[in-house]
Design a protein around this ligand. Sequence first.
Ligand code: KIV
Ligand code: ZN
Length: 386
Amino acid sequence: MTNRIQIFDTTLRDGEQVPGCGLSKKEKIIIARALEDLGVDIIEAGFPISSPGDFEAVKAVSKEVKDVTVCALSRAVQKDIEVAAEALKYAQRPRIHTGIGTSDQHVFTKIKTTREDIIERARACVKHARKFVDDVEFYAEDAGRTDNEFLAQVIEAVIKEGATVVNIPDTTGYCLPEEYGKKIKYLVDHVDGIDKAIISTHCHNDLGLSTANSIEAIKNGARQVECTINGIGERAGNTSLEEVVMILKKHHWLNYETGINTRQLYPISQLVSTTMKMPVQPNKAIVGSNAFAHSSGIHQDGVIKNRDNYEIIDPAEVGVNESSIILTARSGRAALNFRIGKLGVQLSKDELEHVYERFLQVADRVTIVTDAELKNLVSKYLITNV
Ligand code: KIV
Ligand code: ZN
């Protein structure tokens, strides 16, 4: 089994479903280009039957990107599949992503049918999609809450019809990592013909477990991860692309690799945040504004001595210029001296002590001491040095 993990980005589809984050055709093209530069393997560009605008956007992205598979979503409905195929007509590598709910909750309460009917509909949609494209991905919606035995039957049936990728979504973000990993392993062990398809993981973050679940799925045999930039997506979001990629990179001894150019992670995070008008939380792993900011005295002292003391990622690796030493009332003399040094000012021990006392008074008042306030502090007491 190969250790190359396919990165399937669904920022333009599942991510774009977030209220207020809708994208125009032009904006989708800009983000698609950036995703191609980032090195994703598959871009899910949209859900063409959902609106004429999304149809046009998927068509435009298909024309625009060349080195990436372009995927379009459809329900297990013939018309959806035909419209998706039409939108993908110009794609060099088109993929149709079709599927249906498989959990008892979805089968009996949402679709109001039987398990037998679900298998028939699943089979039929893959068969229909294969008339238009060679690459067909099947999703078993709410697979996270689906009984494993039934899930295996559905997956076996769609692989027989020619599904090339089988997506096992934890649609409601319910599973625990161990449970989700076991689900993937169950499919690896019980589905006839599973080696003919790639298993894909698609996790939601309702319990904050989407990244952990995706990693567990990989360890148990999944070779495609569905994710979004900044983890944007329905409700609490989807698996965050930057987190999965950096986990695999930092734990290289696990022996998994992706095609992602990690130096593009921060720039694309900013692009998506601005375009979708969705701020990134400051403490967001990898791309948040505090991800490489140190503010307590003990940490600052450690980082100034050697960044490896408190940093497991070199900021440059993810496209951040450098880590920052934030001056607060919790900062010590080492941090203050470091930041004063950045202004080109060298202080003696006594001078530093003098400035430090004044600094603490300012820090208690303003919370974060800016460069301007620092210059003011230094110029007031050490005017000849500035
Ligand atoms: O969360 C989900 O189940 C989905 C499917 C449509 C793939 O987004
Ligand atoms: Zn989803």
